[in-house]
Write a protein that binds this ligand. Structure first.
Ligand SMILES: NC(=O)CC[C@H](N)C(=O)O
Length: 310
């Protein structure tokens, strides 16, 4: 794969300039103090090409809380775990049309979460990992480090502690799943792993590198290693497109047209298959929990490069 090879310097400058105009119009996630006190004026963007080129601008070396972006890594891990065969019997592949932490659909649909990227689905995926590995968090961290080709990636334990202290909705979801027979490990063990995966800290450059295998048909362009079969990469990308931004997924597809996954830390990871993996980060969110400036940056990138999946 040697496709990209183009100079993105001025395009990234335009993305950053346009994105920064959005700052001041959203709200940082405030459900835990560690996220609430983040400087909202930050913006970073990194783009990695499948040819190994890398472009970045702004606060692209500042670690941020990846939050729900971690759900892509745990899905990849569950699909290569001994529990892989049962994954799609326990989690669906349809957009939810509800908030990421909604409970009512789970109750109405007998404990089968719509997809692996809403909290209910992600908690089931973390259960697959927790019930098949002795050290689930080390497995998750190991996979992330390998995908990012960086051993320094760490868990922000302060964020993890606050997630646990304020995680009443996630606890409710996990208990509901348990009562509906869709959780194998204990609620406590699954939530402990889930809170810690959400609390992984990474920079835009780390996240963009870690999404490269999804852009490159399962191979890591920087190490040459095959990390997943091409078909699995294609399928994960399809889920990003249909389920990666919660209830904002339709509008995002309309404006940007690139498979992506957001997190309430303000990051958005995006994949242009065969070309680029991208990460944008800016902490202020829209009312659905997606980064405002990040979305704008990706929109400008898609417009100016004329790249999207459509
Ligand atoms: N949308 C998100 O990033 C959600 C992650 C958050 N830790 C939660 O579970 O509520």
């Amino acid at each position: 794969m040697t496709r990209p090879a183009r100079d993105l310097t001025s395009i990234l400058e335009n993305c950053a300039n346009e994105a920064r105009k959005q700052i001041g119009q959203g709200r940082v996630a405030d459900y835990i103090p560690a996220l609430a006190r983040i400087n909202p004026h930050q913006f970073g963007m990194a783009v990695c090409g499948v040819d190994g080129t890398e472009w970045s601008i702004g606060d692209s070396d500042t670690p941020f809380s990846i939050q729900s972006i971690s759900k892509v890594f745990t899905l990849a891990l569950a699909l290569q775990s001994p529990g892989a065969a049962g994954v799609w019997d326990r989690v669906g592949r349809e957009p939810s049309g509800t908030a990421f932490n909604s409970l009512f659909q789970l109750e109405a649909e007998q404990g089968l979460p719509r997809n692996p990227f809403i909290n209910a689905g992600a908690i089931v995926i973390t259960d697959v990992i927790t019930s098949h590995f002795v050290s689930p968090v080390l497995q998750i961290l190991g996979l992330v480090r390998k995908y990012a080709n960086c051993e320094q990636i760490y868990i922000d334990e302060e964020v993890a502690r606050s997630e646990a202290e304020s995680g009443h909705r996630n606890a409710a979801i996990a208990h509901l799943l348990k009562s509906q027979g869709n959780l194998e490990a204990s609620v406590e063990d699954v939530l402990a792993a889930y809170y810690r995966q959400c609390s992984i800290a990474m920079t835009c450059r780390d996240v963009a590198r870690a999404f490269l295998p999804l852009a490159a048909g399962g191979q890591h362009p920087l190490t040459g290693e095959t990390l997943m079969p091409a078909l699995r990469a294609k399928r994960i990308n399809s889920l990003l497109l249909t389920c990666g931004l919660y209830d904002g997924v339709g509008n995002f597809a309309f404006r940007v047209g690139i498979p992506a996954k957001s997190g309430v830390g303000g990051g958005i990871a995006a994949v242009i298959p065969g070309q680029y993996a991208i990460c944008v980060w800016s902490p202020e969110l829209d009312e659905l929990g997606n980064s405002l400036a990040g979305t704008r940056a990706l929109e400008v990138f898609a417009d100016e490069t004329n790249l999207s999946v459509f």
